[in-house]
Design a protein around this ligand. Structure first.
Ligand SMILES: Nc1ncnc2c1ncn2[C@@H]1O[C@H](COP(=O)(O)OP(=O)(O)OP(=O)(O)O)[C@@H](O)[C@H]1O
Ligand SMILES: [Mg+2]
Length: 447
């Protein structure tokens, strides 16, 4: 399929000729019945062309309409067909920013060449944008040029224009929320809302109300009607973060909405309909949650039509210097502290550090460096201890001579907890102490 053309012509005979020709050529057509309808089709996408009859008429003529469309997206190419031999109007249209003006009778060979050129232009412009972003290791709101991240960008580009449900997985702090934002931004729903809900730490009843809304009087505290996220996201995207934390009773209800788009507010009898694209995220292993009966298998298959896994930062170390430079700039501007660079030794340590908290941890570390550093060049002395001594997940502890026993114990407990994903029972077993003893130490060391 070639590109898309939004087609308008008031003369049914000419329109038929155009439709037949363009369909044969392999273009995708969106035919509008009124010139004004062109505007409602225009959005920030850059991959279509408007082919329209050139109608005079000043304020409601085609040129004005093109100008309004260009107000929404100045990149949209307009190709006009001037009626008869109205050369004056054609010249005005070209001056106002039309890509080309054909005259009647339409020369289909000429039209073919013009369309090839216009789509070539679009392709070049898009490649240019992609190249620029690639050079800087950026994609939408994300930074990273590692192969792993480039794969993530590719999948985002592929799935965004569709309506399939996407499950984003990866450790805490790897950027799952940013991926959800990028998918929404590259989807046809971009002008509708992206509604987010963190599902952890909400009691079952509250979660239900947040998702589906409630009617006034549905329960004691329901003083007025509350609109839920499924309703707010109608036409747009719903992002459910920490989806593994949703209790089974609520999982069933979500499944139903996903099946037929219907739901009721809590305490309500009216059945509402919603049209959403669902994106979910989790840092847990959902397969295990399913196996252990905490997550419904049918819901699992529904939400994970496509899975995007974001690897932890320690598996894509190429991205670390870029992220450090980026956040150095962000935080030195924010805190009015001109930090110009990180010296080589310090950067080496930052790159070899394992970042158990991923990009979120990196951001915090960079901000603390910016605030505390003594000079405009960051050196090893400005780095936090964890980074300097290289706490590594599951690996051997590096303990410099001169470290206190207390420090050693603290590091050992912290690393053990990291290794077992905060499972205190497991950690206590590995450390050979009781759960109570471990918990006391966690409190004492503020872990
Ligand atoms: N590739 C990236 N480029 C720039 N900033 C990033 C990137 N990845 C993550 N961040 C930043 O790191 C922080 C954590 O990212 P985010 O909230 O998306 O992580 P998450 O995977 O959703 O974590 P959690 O599982 O804890 O919710 C955010 O402030 C985000 O802006
Ligand atoms: Mg998140």
């Amino acid at each position: 399929m070639l590109g898309e053309i939004i087609l308008y012509h008031s003369d049914t005979r000419i329109r038929k000729v155009l439709v037949d020709f363009l369909t044969d050529e392999g273009y995708k057509l969106s035919i509008v019945d009124r010139a004004d309808d062109i505007i409602s089709r225009v959005n920030s996408d850059d991959n279509y062309v408007v082919l329209s009859e050139l109608q005079g008429g000043g304020s409601d003529g085609s040129i004005k309409l093109m100008e309004s469309a260009h107000g929404i997206n100045s990149n949209i190419p307009f190709v006009f067909v001037a009626t008869g031999d109205d050369v004056k109007e054609a010249v005005r249209a070209m001056k106002a920013g039309a890509f080309y003006c054909l005259t009647e009778p339409i020369d289909l060979g000429e039209l073919k060449v013009v369309l090839e050129r216009v789509f070539e232009d679009i392709k070049l412009r898009q490649e240019n944008i992609v190249l620029k972003d690639k050079a800087y290791g950026r994609f939408h709101n994300m930074i990273g040029k590692s192969e792993a991240m480039q794969r993530v960008y590719e999948i985002i580009k592929q799935v965004a224009p569709t309506d399939v449900s996407v499950l984003i997985t990866g450790e805490s702090g790897v950027g799952k929320e940013l991926v959800a934002e990028a998918i929404h931004a590259f989807s046809r729903r971009r002008d509708a809302p992206l509604v987010k809900l963190h599902c952890a730490a909400l009691a079952e009843g509250v979660l239900e109300s947040e998702l589906f809304g409630h009617e006034k009087g549905a329960f004691t505290d329901a003083l007025k009607r509350h609109i839920g996220r499924f309703e707010k996201a109608d036409g747009g995207t719903l992002f459910l973060d920490e989806v593994s934390e949703i209790p089974p009773s609520v999982q069933v209800k979500i499944l139903r909405v996903l099946e037929d788009g219907r739901f009721e507010r809590v305490g309500g009898s009216e059945t509402l309909k919603t049209d959403i694209r669902l994106i979910t995220a989790t840092n847990k292993n959902l397969v295990r949650e399913v196996e252990e009966g905490r997550f419904r298998e049918d819901l699992y298959w529904r939400i994970k039509v496509i899975e995007i896994y974001i690897p932890p930062l320690r598996e894509r170390r190429d991205d670390i210097p870029l992220l450090i430079d980026h956040y150095l700039e962000v935080y030195s501007n924010k805190n009015h502290r001109p930090i110009s660079k990180v010296d080589k030794k310090a950067m080496d340590l930052l790159v070899s550090y394992d970042w158990p908290g991923n990009v979120r941890e990196l951001k915090n570390v960079v901000e603390s460096i910016v605030v505390l550093s003594r000079d405009d060049v960051v050196t090893v002395d400005d780095l936090p201890e964890d980074v300097r001594y290289g706490v590594s997940k599951g690996g051997p502890l590096m303990i410099p001579v001169g470290t206190s026993i207390e420090e050693v114990e603290k590091s050992l407990i912290r690393d053990t907890l990291l290794k077992v994903a905060n499972d205190k029972k497991k950690a206590a077993k590995m450390l050979g102490i009781s759960l109570g003893q471990l918990e006391r130490r966690i409190r004492r060391y503020g872990l």
